[in-house]
Design a protein around this ligand. Structure first.
Ligand SMILES: C[S@@+](CC[C@H](N)C(=O)[O-])C[C@H]1O[C@@H](n2cnc3c(N)ncnc32)[C@H](O)[C@@H]1O
Length: 379
């Protein structure tokens, strides 16, 4: 694509194609209309990275950049909080449009609603919120990274949107703009911050990506209705998001490193898929609290899955033919018991579970808040 010629109409066609794609994935009309009004390219910076980590620059690869911008994929816009010499952790992005649409759908944003977004990043979602509320003054977005907040403010203004963009820690909400009808977090949490609930009207919604901890197999979109200081509701779909700063994962070495096995169990079936298959690992993560996991190679070249508890020095090592465990919790036994319970109850998917957040903490349940429950004492 050249910068000259009928550029505006080419861009409009690209956006229409993106919107048609969203419609074909079942995105409701009102939300698709908002996407049609907001051209994504106006919010995406020059230097970005695709899902595989390839850098794409508008200034040197215009066509590739537009192709990426108008695809239904996440686009990474920052690593390591913008600092040099980090581990290369993606710390800001424009989420995949279909995922944004699912969040906006779950949040049921109506005209003139008072909305708080946590994680402004590019400002694209804030612009969509302005379209859905029809009223920029009722939208506030908070971004912890000052440089990103400045860019979001500038991109929003250049595109004709003027929501309140606040630089600060979104975990605190934004008390002087509240209370809100909707709090929508575009970063994941394991501990729903109390200010989000306190700053939401009774009957309002807190919509956020949630997982019991950040070292688990993915997360879920929680749609929580607030009543009398309690936030409660179902998980609407699996999804993974960058973490709220302040709740990012534990990167300390797992407890099993260098540890002698307390017990060894030889197993007939390879135990690794237990945790590597998301369809069963997510429910297990809801039923077995306080752990994280990962993979590493062994000296003989075969991979092992390690599990490390967050509440004690307990651990498990899953080889293909045996499981080793150590520490006060027998983690593998807990997984087996939870898995058996789950099978006996018809293998309910993670979306049949829900969450209650109140003064006592976080409680996951199956079916209804009165159903079977699991307490997550998140740190
Ligand atoms: C996936 S991006 C959000 C995408 C954004 N809504 C958009 O439309 O481009 C997550 C953002 O959350 C921000 N963030 C992380 N922790 C935060 C916090 N404590 N307060 C506010 N923003 C935070 C990150 O800096 C990052 O920009």
């Amino acid at each position: 694509m050249s910068e000259g010629g009928d550029r505006a109409s080419i861009l409009s066609d690209l956006n229409l194609r993106l919107v048609d794609g969203l419609r074909s994935k079942g995105v409701p009309k009102r939300i698709a209309r908002a996407f049609a009004q907001v051209p994504r390219h106006r919010f995406i910076p020059d230097q970005v990275w695709d899902e595989r980590g390839n850098e794409v620059k508008r200034s040197t690869a215009l066509e590739d950049w537009y192709r990426l911008v108008y695809s239904d994929v996440p686009i990474v816009t920052q690593h390591d909080d913008g600092c040099e010499g980090g581990r290369g952790l993606a710390t800001s992005s424009s989420s995949a449009p279909s995922v944004m649409a699912a969040m906006l759908d779950a949040a049921v944003v109506e005209p003139h609603m008072h909305v708080l977004e946590i994680g402004a990043a590019t400002g694209y979602n804030a612009a969509l919120l302005c379209e859905l509320t029809g009223d920029a003054e009722s939208v506030t977005t908070v971004e912890v990274d000052a440089a990103l907040a400045g860019q979001a403010r500038a991109s929003l203004a250049a595109a004709g949107y003027h929501p309140r963009v606040v630089t600060g820690d979104g975990a605190l909400g934004c008390p002087d703009s509240g209370p809100f009808d909707r709090v929508i977090a575009t970063c994941a949490v394991s501990r729903v911050p109390e200010p989000w609930i306190a700053q939401t009207h009774d009957g309002g919604l807190v919509v956020c990506p949630w997982a019991p901890s950040s070292g688990l197999p993915g997360g879920l979109l929680a749609r929580l209705m607030v009543r009398d200081g309690v936030a409660e509701g179902e998980f609407t779909r699996p999804l993974s998001f960058m973490w709220l700063r302040g709740q990012r994962g534990d990167h300390s070495p797992p407890h099993d490193l260098g540890a002698e096995a307390g017990t060894v169990r030889h197993v007939e079936q390879d135990p690794q898929p237990f945790l590597l298959n998301g369809a069963q690992a997510l429910p297990l993560a809801l039923m077995v609290p306080a752990w994280r996991f990962g993979m590493r190679g062994t000296p003989d070249g075969s991979p092992l899955v390690w599990v490390s508890a967050l509440d004690s020095p307990s651990w498990a090592r899953l080889h293909t033919d045996r499981v080793e465990q150590g520490g006060p919790r027998q983690l593998w036994d807990e997984f087996e018991a939870a898995h058996q319970w789950w099978r006996e109850h018809g293998r309910p998917p993670a979306t049949e579970f829900g969450l209650t957040v109140d003064a006592d903490g976080h409680r996951v349940w199956l079916g209804t808040p009165e159903g079977p429950t699991w307490i997550h004492r998140v740190r």
